[in-house]
Write a protein of this length. Structure first.
Length: 223
């Protein structure tokens, strides 16, 4: 989806500056140099089923795992599907459930193997942005910058233009209000049952709404 041009790595069909790129690492380093970055990384929702593979290819790399309530995820998918064909493809609900199962299992495997993991929930990121960003900076060993909290100064050049991203471009960190009736009640109940299962497997990402003050066991203990 025009990733190279969106990230300003190519202009037109000119590959100048990328002649020696042979691996993803090479590409990320070229991009990082253009930004004056000291760290480089990659983000994709599809990596949730490839965590163990990525850890083997990049030993010692830190992983930041972002968790979100499945009903919120599917509501966003359906809403985006009204204007973007990709999100209207058949099987999106099954894909969401399958990927979530794989992400929980592989996250537990990485934790057991001693990988460098940091967990973030979408609700915390929206409701406590400063605290979450400071936690991420501490995890990565980089200084916190107040500009992280200001979307008006954020570089959104790599975010492609689509209706589902208009809310982001408003410059305000808040949830997008999507009507509850977007999702049929049958699917709401189904995702609710899966959420109960996932709260047992991974209480860090899916805490129970009626949680007590007693500490929850880790997800390794749950598994």
């Amino acid at each position: 989806n025009q990733a190279l041009s969106r990230h300003r790595l190519i202009f037109g069909k000119n590959l100048r500056g990328l002649e020696n790129v042979r691996t993803p690492k090479d590409l990320y380093e070229v991009f990082g140099q253009g930004k004056g970055a000291t760290l480089w990384g990659e983000k994709s929702p599809f990596y949730c089923s490839r965590l163990e593979r990525l850890a083997k290819r990049h030993p010692g790399s830190p992983f930041i795992l972002i968790w979100r309530d499945p009903l919120e995820v599917y509501r966003s998918v359906v809403h985006a599907g009204r204007t973007t064909r990709f999100f209207r493809r058949p099987g999106m609900l099954s894909r969401l459930i399958s990927y979530q199962e794989k992400m929980i299992a592989q996250a537990a495997a990485l934790e057991k193997a001693g990988a460098h993991l940091h967990h973030v929930t979408y609700s915390d990121l929206i409701d406590n942005t400063s605290g979450v960003c400071q936690g991420i900076c501490k995890f990565l060993g980089v200084p916190f910058d107040e500009k992280m909290l200001d979307l008006n100064s954020a570089d959104l050049s790599a975010v492609y233009h689509a209706a589902q991203h208009n809310h982001l471009r408003r410059g305000v960190i808040q949830r997008q209000k999507i009507p509850d009736e977007t999702i049929p009640q049958k699917i709401v109940r189904k995702l609710g049952r899966f959420r109960n299962r996932w709260s047992r497997l991974n209480p860090v990402a899916f805490p129970k709404s009626d949680a007590t003050e007693s500490p929850e066991p880790s997800f390794l203990e749950r598994l």
